[in-house]
Write a protein that binds this ligand. Structure first.
Ligand code: AKG
Ligand code: FE2
Length: 313
């Protein structure tokens, strides 16, 4: 359904660190591309060939096994990090379900989640999730260094990483019944700082452009879409867009996707470099956790208003 347009989300290959040395021409080019992507679409595509095929395959099998568990088990997951954990049959959704794991690249995070789902343990599930999340976190680290540099705030990258908490949200969408496209997830922006989205084989993700067109993001084995969330928009003082996206199901196949989300502990201040005459300061410091709490304060239903407001200048 994505229309034929001239739009093209920029793609950067992060596979080879040697080719992306700070200060090199390729670094400067990558900075240009990610910044353009974030300003124009709220996102950019990252290619990362460091993940073996079997890691994707076992993450997919792990997701299948997880969603096959009874709803009573899946709703057991709770967290200190705000936002919904299991979303699906408990909200009478029939099209899709999702479940989130905290700190998915660590042993502790994956083990405690696994123990909730399989009290007797499930080493295979734990290791499948961890083996997928570790390289994705590495990619996140590499790509966000360039993101920060592209906005002239490379000095803040390390401290931002230290305040970052990761979550991995697994999604499962039923195959559409009729021979026509069905909405899997309505148009929205994310509450994370950044979401790194990987689609497993079946297409569906679409990004909405400034001129209100939807463009397809094609699934690809080593491709990840980096999407800016609402807190990123505020942190950039309105320079970046928050990526507006939805899921449209067209293929008559069950669809799985993986959303690797970052959340920032503590206050997120708009860096002074983001403020100038063209962009006077428009956002108060953001308490990211409080923001997520406010968004879902209506009992977990999808938010209708975005509590991060720009002040008029
Ligand atoms: O399933 C998808 O491709 C998109 C999921 C999504 O919107 C998200 O992770 O924020
Ligand atoms: Fe999303």
């Amino acid at each position: 359904m994505g229309s034929q347009t001239d739009h093209k989300i920029p793609t950067v290959d992060f596979s080879n660190e040697e080719n992306l040395k700070p200060g090199s021409d390729s670094w400067a080019l990558a900075c240009k591309q990610v910044r353009y992507g974030l300003e124009e679409y709220g996102c950019f595509q990252a290619v990362y060939d460091k993940i073996p095929t079997q890691v994707y395959d076992s993450a997919f099998l792990a997701a299948q096994e997880l969603f096959d568990l009874p709803t009573e088990t899946k709703i057991q997951k709770t967290s200190e990090i705000p936002g919904p954990n299991y979303v699906g049959q408990n909200f009478n959704l029939s099209v899709y379900e999702s479940l989130v794991l905290d700190e998915p690249s660590t042993f502790e995070g994956t083990e405690s989640f696994t123990k909730i789902m399989w009290p007797k343990g499930n080493d295979n599930f734990r290791e499948s999730v961890r083996s997928f999340s570790k390289p994705v976190e590495e990619l996140y680290q590499r790509a966000t260094r360039i993101v920060f540099d592209s906005f002239g705030v490379g000095r803040l990258h390390e401290s931002n990483m230290e305040s970052t908490v990761f979550r991995l949200r697994l999604f499962r969408y039923n195959a559409p019944q009729a021979n026509q496209a069905e909405e899997g997830l309505p148009t929205h922006t994310d509450v994370s700082f950044i979401t790194v989205l990987h689609q497993h084989q079946v297409k569906g993700l679409q990004v909405k452009t400034k001129d209100d067109q939807y463009i397809d993001v094609k699934p690809n084995l080593s491709s990840f879409l980096f999407m800016a969330g609402d807190p990123f928009l505020a942190w950039s003082n309105g320079r970046a867009r928050a990526c507006v996206h939805r899921v449209m199901l067209e293929e008559r196949k069950v669809r799985y996707s993986f959303g690797f989300n970052s959340f920032i502990k503590g206050l997120l201040h708009v860096p002074q470099e983001m403020v100038d005459e063209k962009y006077p300061l428009r956002y108060e410091p953001i308490d990211h956790y409080k923001f997520v709490n406010d968004v879902f304060a209506d009992g977990g239903k999808r938010y209708s208003t975005n509590p991060i407001k720009a002040t008029d200048v």
